[in-house]
Design a protein around this ligand. Structure first.
Ligand SMILES: Cc1ncc(COP(=O)(O)O)c(C=O)c1O
Length: 464
């Protein structure tokens, strides 16, 4: 099995799991309890929190524990908006955000908030001049993703934060794909979201870091916790685990970065040679995420073909895989076709060179199997009948085993393919008699179906 979907989620580190088990068994108190067990739990929680702040070089910020980054994003965006609406109802964001940011913002729009989308340049980077133009007296929040989950494009958060320092609005950064992969100075950022499961921590724990002076409305009412902003008994084993996972990844962050860059270079070199492959990630992308398009092959088809080799990659990001066009890839490439056929390969420090080599071998096979740039008049039927197919290489090889086949042209005309709305495999079967077309069957067909069609023609087909 080769896992190349680390940006969707990562397996938990065994050392982190040991910590989780240890804390679950040995620190049973509720950190809000006033007895000895509660005090012990609270002490451990405070140590874990202090460690997170130390690693992130933060001082006065409050660490609010949540269940996932989606929750952190909701709390940051809705929390700021609902608490500060008397000051203003204007929010600025980008076209590169995670759906939990769009979801929060869409909700706020229904409540009368006004949203502006800042422009990006040809690399998908925020246009600072446009951001300045959009900022208003009543702007209460700017929310910007640090590393885009699909293309890996990284915004210059320090520069944006410095600019926003001169304005009277809060700056929230969704750093979910950045933490554990790169280091950033968040000194001038007001709110930061990230989740443990992206850097070998357990699922179910995330944080929203908030500057002390930032006012937000809590979304959960009632209940008690260490913070008034997010109630619920503190999940101590998970809190200690996120802190530990962050410490472990942080110790290796630079070594991993350089190593992952080498793996990414190998991938790009191997994939660049294909005519129908475009690389959508660019020089501003972090090496952990590589987005490519295999033009004319549905991303799901390619994903499943790789799955046959036990290789796991992603179509768009796991959370937006149902949209036919990737909004993020469109924003970065400004090309609709590339945005419709994009897949994401994401690598981590535990990925090996052998895995990348095996991936490239499997990719080659899938590409050849699925590539529809083949036209073959293939089956000799009788002197007057003929069956032609636009067919994949793999299906062709299989049919050749059974039928007496003749190969004609190989390279399908691009224009002709467009007429058939190609994008799937085996889209057209044409049956002719005396060189005159009598039947045309269009649509994705499996090998079994194609054989049935051939067998049902009612004419003698010469089998080998
Ligand atoms: C940039 C970004 N933000 C937020 C999320 C949501 O994370 P979670 O699944 O922890 O809610 C993701 C998940 O992929 C993400 O990539």
């Amino acid at each position: 099995m080769i896992y190349l979907d680390y940006s969707a989620t990562s397996p938990v580190d065994k050392k982190v799991l040991d910590t989780y088990n240890n804390v679950s068994v040995n620190f049973i108190g509720n950190s809000n309890s006033l007895h000895k067990l509660g005090i012990e739990a609270k002490k451990l929680e405070n140590e874990a929190t202090a460690q997170i702040k130390k690693i992130m070089k933060l001082k006065d910020e409050e660490v609010i524990y949540t269940s996932c980054s989606s929750e952190s994003n909701n709390l940051a965006i809705k929390g700021v908006a609902l608490r500060n609406q008397k000051k203003g109802m204007h929010i600025i964001t980008t076209n590169l955000e995670h759906s939990s940011v769009y979801g929060s913002i869409s909700y706020l729009q229904t409540q009368g908030f006004e949203i502006d989308i800042v422009k990006t340049n040809e690399y998908g980077l925020v246009d600072l001049e446009n951001l300045k133009e959009l900022l208003r007296e009543d702007t209460i929040l700017v929310t910007i993703i640090e590393v885009n989950s699909e293309t890996g494009v990284k915004q210059n958060i320090e520069e944006i934060a410095l600019l926003l320092k001169n304005y009277n609005c809060y700056f929230h950064v969704d750093a979910t794909q950045a933490i554990g992969k790169i280091r950033t100075d968040y000194t001038n950022v007001d709110l930061i979201s990230f989740a443990a499961h992206k850097f070998f921590g357990p699922k179910g724990i995330a944080v929203l870091i908030k500057k002390k002076n930032v006012l937000i409305e809590n979304l959960i009412h009632g209940g008690k916790s260490t913070t008034k902003y997010r109630s619920g008994t503190p999940a101590l084993p998970l809190i200690v685990s996120i802190s530990k996972a962050l410490r472990i990844i942080d110790e290796n962050i630079d070594i991993y970065y350089n190593y992952i860059k080498e793996l990414n270079d190998l991938l790009v070199k191997g994939l660049k040679k294909y005519k129908n492959v475009t690389i959508n990630s660019n020089e501003y992308s972090i090496p952990h995420i590589l987005n490519i398009s295999v033009i004319n092959i549905k991303p799901e088809t390619f994903q499943h073909a790789l799955e046959n080799y036990e290789i796991y990659i992603s179509t768009q990001s796991a959370c937006s895989a149902n949209n036919p066009v990737s909004k993020s890839v469109l924003e970065v490439t400004k090309n609709e076709k590339r945005a419709s056929y994009s897949i994401r390969i994401s690598i981590a420090g535990i990925t090996t060179v052998e895995e990348i080599d095996q991936f490239l071998i499997a990719f080659d096979s899938c590409y050849k199997e699925l590539n529809i740039g083949w036209f073959m008049r293939l089956i000799r039927v009788s002197s007057s009948w003929c069956v032609s197919c636009i067919i994949t290489k793999k299906a062709w090889d299989e049919l050749k085993e059974i039928y007496d086949c003749i190969e004609y042209d190989y390279d399908m005309d691009e224009e002709l393919l467009k007429n058939y709305n190609v994008g799937n495999i085996l889209p057209v079967i044409i049956i002719e008699q005396n060189n005159i077309e009598v039947k045309r069957i269009i649509g994705e067909k499996s090998k079994k179906e194609i054989l049935e069609i051939i067998n049902n023609i009612g004419v003698k087909i010469w089998k080998k």
